[in-house]
Design a protein around this ligand. Structure first.
Ligand code: PLP
Length: 363
């Protein structure tokens, strides 16, 4: 295993530990996703143009004003990352710098202050150090980490807030999707347009996806497969993951045009695919526009071998079915490429497989 180590500590963090951990009350073999929260949270306020002294406090309710500008005008962004249990029981992180960079990309797009590297990483490290007993065993799950920032000016009127709160909390999780995913491609709704906020992890993007997702669910699908906002033809991504298609001996994924989220998993999968083309019997790995009609044609010709999503929460999620224009494309249960990717990536993330990329970080 190759693991990068991050040295510590250049900032002071006030730590108020819980009097008694809640961990003993949790059934770690049945954590689900996103409902159980670990003992502590990291909190840092921004005011007068600077970040104040951060704190780690017991996870719990925060004071909220009804006039917080985040609630009205949506200045709220977040990240999603995970800590895995290494072979020695210590936490391993997967490319945390990428989440920090993307958080700051989202911050700048939403007119919010950037988060200094040390604040993000040392906050993360101190929090996980305190709550590392909450990381599930690798056969049961991982510790999902949710850094987020929201605007806290008590002000009504559309302008960027002057004050913000940056919080990190964590939850032990197992699978986001228990079964292969069923997606519905629709021409009726769009997730993001060129020039919009699609490549920022902005809370409002997810709010806007809820109604179309609800319609998809009412028809027996899990999520929408988003198409481009102009021609309603080119595949973009899914609400929680980037998407890949195996057509003949090529793997194809949509090229980013500013409307899809630049997934850390997507980027890692592209690298793994490119470096292992021969082992996988692939001729090419292609980043390009992918039309839903091309997918339909490949399905009709019998050359659509696999489709899968990639994401921190979703991991490598096989796609079982794609609905489009009143018809379903039912994909094979044979999934050699996504099965290999899942094992390879998870092996690297958990320190069981050699990491030639220095993706895995131990604080
Ligand atoms: C809209 C969207 N696309 C893609 C992804 C996958 O990104 P990542 O691999 O960084 O988790 C996510 C999850 O964060 C997402 O919310």
């Amino acid at each position: 295993m190759s693991v990068s180590t991050v040295s510590k500590k250049s900032i002071d963090i006030k730590i108020q530990p819980v009097e008694k951990s809640r961990l003993a009350d949790i059934d770690m073999s049945n954590v689900g996703f996103g409902r159980i929260f670990s003992d502590h949270m990291f909190v840092c306020h921004y005011a007068n143009g600077k970040w104040e002294t951060p704190e780690i406090v017991p996870y719990g309710k925060m004071e909220l004003s009804p006039s917080f500008s985040a609630i009205h005008y949506g200045q709220a962004i977040f990240e999603g990352m995970k800590a895995y249990k290494g072979e020695d029981g210590e936490p391993l992180f997967f490319r945390p710098d990428e989440n920090w960079k993307r958080m700051n990309h989202s911050a700048s797009r939403m007119c919010m202050p950037e988060i200094p590297h040390a604040l993000f990483m040392e906050g993360l490290h101190s929090l996980i150090e305190l709550d590392k007993a909450w990381i599930p065993d690798n056969d049961k799950g991982q510790l999902y980490i949710r850094p987020h920032m929201f605007a806290t000016d008590e002000f009504i009127g559309v302008r960027a807030s002057d004050t913000y709160t940056f919080v990190i909390f964590t939850c032990p999780v197992s699978f986001y999707y228990k079964d292969p995913v069923k997606l519905l491609a629709t021409k009726e709704y769009s997730r993001a347009a060129i020039g919009g906020t699609g490549n920022a992890k902005a809370a409002g993007n997810y709010a806007a996806s809820l109604f179309p997702d609800k319609l998809a669910k009412s028809q027996g699908y899990d999520n929408v497969l988003w198409l481009d906002a102009r021609l309603h033809q080119y595949i973009e991504e899914c609400g929680t993951m980037n998407v890949f298609f195996v057509i003949d001996d090529a793997v194809v994924t949509p090229i980013p045009t500013g409307t899809i989220l630049g997934g850390v998993t997507r980027d890692s999968v592209l690298k793994l695919l490119k470096d292992n083309k021969n082992i996988l019997g692939l001729n090419s790995v292609e980043l390009r526009r992918v039309s839903i009609y091309e997918i339909e044609d490949a399905y009709m010709q019998g050359t659509l071998r696999e489709a899968f999503g990639t994401g921190t929460a979703a991991t490598i999620a096989p796609i079982a079915k794609i609905g489009f224009a009143g018809k379903d494309m039912n994909l094979s249960d044979e999934r050699p490429i996504s099965t290999w990717l899942y094992k390879q990536l998870y092996g690297i993330q958990t320190g069981k497989i050699y990491d030639p990329y220095n993706w895995v970080v131990k604080f």
